[in-house]
Design a protein around this ligand. Structure first.
Ligand code: UD1
Length: 420
């Protein structure tokens, strides 16, 4: 296993380029299974999760070439209909092949993903949505067994106790692309990645409108065309670098991003005193001023994203005053707090709310990463901590950040990767 070793206290400067969005790439790669036409995807990040999704579609019959962030996919025939446990356990987003397989070959067998470190992550809403389109689904021996004679367009309500679901909205949208008739998903998730999948499907010849609102309409179509599509920049990677500038009190330029997708994150940075210049496809972040405490309410887009909560907790732990972070999407997403406390942070968890009393400094420590975004938070804390920080189990981080330490090093951070 690998770990990062960080010498804290270095200022950052310069420019960092943002990769394509992981959470767009994964469902779009799965959605490519809908068609026997040629699919070319540009700006695909080279991540462990992307490699896992490629492995899965190859298993199902796709021919794939992946080079320099361009992914060419051709699935002339679906050869298998199962997503095995060994792949799904590595990456929950494997469930996106469920909608695509049901649409294309009318059957699918996908291993149940199980829980994960950030709390229970049921997929009941995916199943409910696909059933509404006419799929018969039964859970047996740890697998979701699904089949249908024909998917039929329908009104689909997949709102859960925590609000809309990104994954269920996308899975139903993929399945409905070829269903007979019209499907309306309401309320639908309106995250930028949902819009990206819809735009990809439209570029492929399908007919989706309303993406980006809470009501998506899909008119089923059976034909598709060859497609070349470039995916959006990763807003969470961009947000993480913005937080890196803020926590190290540095100025950096974040290039190749979409500032509009980052509004809630950048607004929050400005609120605490960070200066942000928003360009068309770049952001300049000046974390050099005196910062002050804030309250964060994590919710669905366009609200503050759960995937940025851990990084902001690290930042707020060294901002004077008392801040709070209320997490409303996932039940157990404060795993980073205990590790930050080992570095000297003053954090109390009360149910779904973390109360953070800013301290003057963090001290380097040996830390254990627990999930993807928590890992990023610990690295950010390490950048500003006094002395040496070792972040172990960074395979979590490699799932979602391309060349994270290389990008940080180019900005001036002292961070290296080594075997544990
Ligand atoms: C996606 C993102 C993840 C992000 C999350 C919320 C991907 C690969 N992952 O995850 O990075 O943190 O959106 O923005 O895109 N829920 C149910 N039943 C379901 C599905 C979800 O109860 O069938 C609940 C979840 O447990 C959670 C909430 O709904 O409490 C939102 O989850 P959802 O939006 O579905 O997240 P994911 O698509 O899994």
């Amino acid at each position: 296993m690998q770990q990062f070793v960080i010498e804290g206290g270095k200022k950052l400067s310069g420019e960092v380029k943002i990769a394509g969005a992981k959470n767009s790439a994964l469902p779009i790669i799965a959605a490519s299974l809908l068609t026997d036409k040629k699919v070319v995807l540009e700006n695909i990040p080279d991540l462990i999760d992307v490699r896992t999704m490629i492995e899965l579609i190859q298993h199902l019959g796709a021919d794939v070439i992946f080079n320099h962030h361009v992914l060419k996919i051709h699935t002339s025939k679906i050869k298998k209909i199962d997503a095995p446990y060994d792949i799904v356990r590595k990456m929950r987003a494997s469930y996106y092949v469920l909608g695509a397989l049901l649409a294309r070959v009318k059957k699918a067998k996908v291993s149940l993903p199980g829980g994960c470190a950030i709390g229970p992550r049921p997929i009941d809403l995916h199943i409910k949505g696909l059933r509404t389109l006419g799929a018969s689904i039964e859970i047996k021996d740890g697998f979701i067994n699904a089949h249908t004679r024909k998917l039929l367009g329908h009104e689909v309500n997949i709102e859960g106790p925590k609000g809309t679901s990104v994954g269920a909205t996308i899975n139903v949208m993929i399945a409905a692309a070829q269903a007979k008739g019209e499907t309306i998903i309401s309320p639908a998730a309106c995250e930028p990645e949902v819009i990206d999948v819809a735009n990809f499907l439209n570029a492929t010849g399908f007919d989706i409108t309303g993406q980006g609102t809470h009501r998506i309409t899909i008119k089923g179509k059976s034909s598709a065309t060859d497609v070349k599509y470039s995916i959006i920049p990763d807003r969470i990677e961009a947000g993480t670098f913005a937080a890196a500038a803020a926590i190290t009190r540095s100025s950096i330029t974040i290039q190749d991003c979409c500032p509009d997708h980052l509004t809630s994150i950048l607004d929050k940075l400005e609120e605490i005193g960070v200066m942000v210049e928003r360009g068309e496809d770049n952001i300049v972040v000046h974390g050099t001023r005196r910062l002050h405490a804030t309250n964060i309410f994590v919710t669905t887009y366009p609200g503050f994203p759960t995937d940025m909560q851990a990084q902001f907790m690290a930042l707020l732990s060294i901002v004077p005053g008392t801040s709070t972070v209320k997490e409303t999407i996932f039940e157990n997403r404060f795993m980073q707090a205990l590790e930050l406390m080992r570095m000297g942070a003053d954090i109390t968890i009360e149910g779904d709310t973390a109360v953070i009393n800013g301290v003057n400094k963090l001290s380097g420590a040996y830390l254990m990463a627990s999930d993807l975004r928590a890992s990023a938070a610990l690295v950010l804390a390490g950048l500003v901590a006094k002395g040496k920080t070792v972040v172990r189990r960074i395979y979590h981080l490699d799932r979602g950040y391309e060349k994270f330490e290389t990008k940080l090093r180019r900005l001036g951070a002292k961070i290296k990767r080594q075997s544990e």
